[in-house]
Design a protein around this ligand. Structure first.
Ligand SMILES: NC(=O)c1ccc[n+]([C@@H]2O[C@H](COP(=O)([O-])OP(=O)(O)OC[C@H]3O[C@@H](n4cnc5c(N)ncnc54)[C@H](O)[C@@H]3O)[C@@H](O)[C@H]2O)c1
Length: 252
């Protein structure tokens, strides 16, 4: 029997692959057989390419600021040109800004909403048009625990991640019958650059760990399995799901 999780001959675009969760997911899709193109603003993409596989012709990257709409479109077109087709899109680029809501600068609001939500919509739209034409595709959005909770001092992030969950459902309703599965992964508390203000923070870390039954921070590698699953034919009847990978945080 064919391995249901095999991604051989699949072509994947991963945003935010320059670090943390996106990097781990890019590596996982490549190791499952996919040809990948990583989109990120980071200067580290060439090093990551070598780290994943020193001499593969199936790893590409485009350095792009996805918070700039013109650059995003160009970045997507460049990636598509390299891959020639897109079967899998992973929207992982994201950012965080923390301030008390009463003092939250509108510039920070605009950046977080642009990168975490509008970029996800634009990438879905560009990839969706290709996937509709070919009659199949897998889109994986990265949501958050703050797709469910309001959080604290993170109004823009919570609004953006609530939006990602709703966008995942609305696109599912429109494109599900066209052979496209759109789902979201909602990571719990994962130790990355994004959470560096919380790791070891005496005011926040104990509360996070005591509410997480697994009693540890997640690692970017903890997202690899679900990403391969949602990118593969093993998930062909999973549509519009927001799947927590959170060490049990939502169970409490
Ligand atoms: N770490 C967590 O606990 C956690 C929990 C839930 C959801 N998430 C989500 O996971 C995703 C990845 O976060 P992470 O924790 O790996 O953080 P990270 O900071 O390690 O990675 C974010 C990536 O996005 C890229 N990026 C930032 N701005 C960009 C821009 N303008 N254009 C292109 N790329 C840009 C960065 O260069 C980086 O490679 C984000 O969407 C985040 O909201 C993280």
């Amino acid at each position: 029997m064919k391995n249901m999780f095999d991604l051989t001959d699949k072509k994947a675009i991963i945003t935010g692959a320059g670090n943390g969760i996106g990097k781990a997911i890019a590596e996982a899709l490549f190791n499952a057989g996919a040809e990948i193109c990583m989109l990120d603003i980071s200067d580290n993409l060439e090093n990551i390419t070598k780290e994943i596989d020193n001499d593969s012709s199936k790893i590409h990257f485009v350095k792009v600021n996805l918070a700039n709409r013109k650059d995003l479109k160009l970045g997507f077109e460049t990636a598509l040109n390299k891959l020639k087709r897109i079967d899998i899109l992973v929207n992982c680029a994201g950012t965080q800004k923390r301030h008390p809501s009463e003092d939250f600068p509108i510039e920070d609001w605009d950046l977080v909403i642009e990168l975490n939500l509008t970029t996800v919509f634009s990438m879905c739209q560009l990839a969706g048009r290709e996937m509709i034409k070919q009659g199949h595709g897998k889109i994986i959005n990265i949501a958050s625990m703050l797709s469910f909770f309001g959080g604290f001092t993170v109004p823009a992030y919570a609004a953006s991640k609530g939006g990602v969950a709703q966008l995942t459902k609305t696109l599912t309703n429109e494109w599900g019958s066209k052979g496209i599965q759109i789902n979201a992964i909602a990571p719990g508390w994962i130790q990355t650059y994004l959470t560096k203000a919380l790791v070891g923070n005496p005011d926040r870390e104990p509360a996070i760990l005591s509410r997480t039954p697994a009693n540890r921070w997640g690692k970017p590698e903890d997202l690899k399995g679900i990403a391969v699953f949602l990118a593969s034919s093993a998930s062909d009847f999973i549509n519009g799901a927001i799947i927590p990978v959170d060490g049990g945080y939502l169970a409490k």
